[in-house]
Design a protein around this ligand. Structure first.
Ligand SMILES: [Zn+2]
Length: 291
């Protein structure tokens, strides 16, 4: 993070055409001793992840990929609590900037309301500010959620730091759409809920999916609102853009042996234990629960 901060700051003020040469220049630099001792994730299947709570020992530098609405935020945030690292969601960074009425706010509002992707420059600018703030607070490691979204962002990231593991969360598209349209936010406390109840029967050998709704407590129930970008039209556009821009990012990490594919078997109660199992973190969870 010590490196990414200044680099991203520098890049955000350079033109796009000069980016490639900057990236090349940084890629050829010797990288600092930063997570270099982590075992490659391709060993995941054979060996437990070498995770430690001690920040002096090793860091977690992970990325969460997956379609909009698949639940990246939920699982990333749970893992962050478990591993004591910050959950950095570029979607949150964008929303914070939107509500800040800063110089980027009106530009962002237009892009987001159309379901389009925010440009690499803007995202990198926001991420850079967030990492610097974290660095100042002494944060070690992170889980990125919503970044990188494009091959170019993935290349920028690779040029400056070692991403240990990329978790690709997957859910079939019909379930995804219903789930996205069921999202609700409490206008008072900001709590996230989902009123969709998904129960798809298994057919032709593929397993069924059951996802219970995540209903609000009574004091929030009358204050639920739908985000303005959660309409069917915008959700479908987000999925289309995701496929076009981000699926190549999956391939980018797959080819480097860093991609862990995870098919969500259902809602949180079904999926969380299986995800921990896939990450060899079940015992970690028990240990931290007992501590
Ligand atoms: Zn509430």
């Amino acid at each position: 993070m010590a490196v990414l901060g200044p680099l991203l700051r520098a890049r955000s003020s350079t033109t796009i055409s000069s980016m490639a040469s900057t990236i090349r220049a940084f890629s050829s630099c010797s990288t600092p001793n930063f997570g270099n001792d982590l075992k490659p994730p391709s060993l995941l299947a054979q060996k437990p992840l070498p995770l430690r709570h001690d920040p002096q020992d090793r860091t977690v530098q992970w990325v969460f990929l997956g379609c909009p609405g698949v639940g990246k935020g939920t699982y990333a945030s749970r893992l962050c609590n478990l591993l004591s690292v910050p959950h950095i969601a570029t979607g949150d960074l964008v929303r914070e900037e939107l509500s800040s009425s800063g110089p980027l706010a009106s530009q962002l509002a237009e892009i987001v309301n159309q379901g389009k992707l925010v440009s690499d420059e803007i995202i990198i600018n926001l991420l850079s500010k967030r990492l610097e703030a974290g660095e100042a607070k002494g944060e070690i490691g992170f889980i990125l959620d919503g970044f990188p979204r494009t091959i170019r962002q993935a290349e920028i990231l690779e040029g400056v730091m070692n991403i240990d593991l990329v978790i690709n969360l997957k859910l079939r598209e019909d379930a995804l759409l219903v789930k996205c349209l069921g999202r609700r936010i409490c206008s008072e406390c900001g709590g996230n809920y989902n009123i969709a109840s998904i129960d798809i029967k298994g057919e032709n050998g593929s397993p069924g999916i059951y996802m219970a709704p995540l209903l609000p407590p009574p004091h929030c129930a009358s204050k639920l609102i739908t985000r303005s970008d959660d309409t069917e039209e915008v959700v479908k556009e987000r999925l289309r853009v995701y496929k076009e821009m981000t699926q190549p990012v999956e391939e980018f990490y797959r080819s480097r042996g860093k991609l862990l594919e995870f098919d969500l078997p259902g809602g949180i109660p079904e999926s969380w234990p299986k995800l921990l199992q896939a990450l060899n973190l079940e015992h970690y969870d028990k240990k931290s629960a007992a501590a």
